[in-house]
Design a protein around this ligand. Structure first.
Ligand SMILES: [Zn+2]
Length: 224
């Protein structure tokens, strides 16, 4: 059993490594030449960097868009435009589909749905457990409270990751999501991953209702 678990973990790590290293889009000659040129002009001299910082919006500064990040974003869309005109299908970049940036947020739909999941776990989980179950009275009180806190933590990391994609935040988010579908984002905002997050918003309502009923049942108390 342990061997199987180990093999599965190695498989997951190898998958995520391939995901991060490169994709068809970021190997494209237009992307590569654009990136090199953009970084040379904007990111390699103090005057270039000053000009870059002056052009940045407050949202982009707050969400830590660096000069190389900005070059990668602009060059991605330049390459996407070329692909749409000449190559019919759009490729992924660094393992991800292109997304339109909104208020500095890299993946707006997934960020929004992650926040909605956090709110759902807070209102239907953490808050309801503290209100309707009692410490040292209901069995498994601590387990369910910890469960809700772990879920809240997961959705915080998910929202942070989808706001800005960094290697650490990516691992913190993707460790819990293994999608079965993948497709080009609708309007360059909604992809399979964001829909996966959308689909889980309602689950805490059902799950924590079961938790409350089950805890009352175990206590022998009337439940409703
Ligand atoms: Zn996610």
């Amino acid at each position: 059993m342990l061997n199987l678990l180990l093999i599965y973990l190695i498989y997951l790590i190898s998958c995520s490594t391939n995901l991060v290293l490169c994709s068809e889009g970021d190997k494209h000659y237009i992307y590569q030449s654009c990136l090199h040129h953009c970084q040379q002009i904007n990111c390699s001299t103090s005057s270039g960097l000053n000009s870059f910082h002056l052009k940045q919006s407050v949202f982009e500064q707050l969400t830590f868009w660096s000069c190389p990040d900005e070059c990668a974003y602009q060059c991605m869309w330049k390459t996407v435009n070329h692909m749409q005109k000449n190559e019919k299908r759009v490729a992924q970049f660094h393992g991800k589909w292109p997304f339109i940036r909104l208020f500095g947020i890299q993946e707006p739909a997934s960020t929004l749905f992650s926040i909605a999941n956090f709110i759902s776990h807070y209102y239907y989980g953490f808050r309801v457990i503290r209100k309707r179950l009692q410490y040292r009275v209901h069995p498994l009180y601590n387990v369910w409270l910890c469960f809700s806190i772990v879920a809240l933590n997961a959705w915080i990391w998910s929202a942070i990751f989808h706001t800005r994609d960094k290697p650490f935040t990516e691992k913190m988010d993707y460790i819990c999501a293994i999608e079965l579908l993948d497709f080009e984002p609708i309007a360059w905002i909604i992809d399979a991953h964001s829909l996966w997050h959308f689909s889980t918003i309602i689950l805490p309502l059902l799950w924590y209702q079961f938790v409350i009923d089950d805890s009352n049942y175990l206590l022998g108390a009337p439940y409703h």
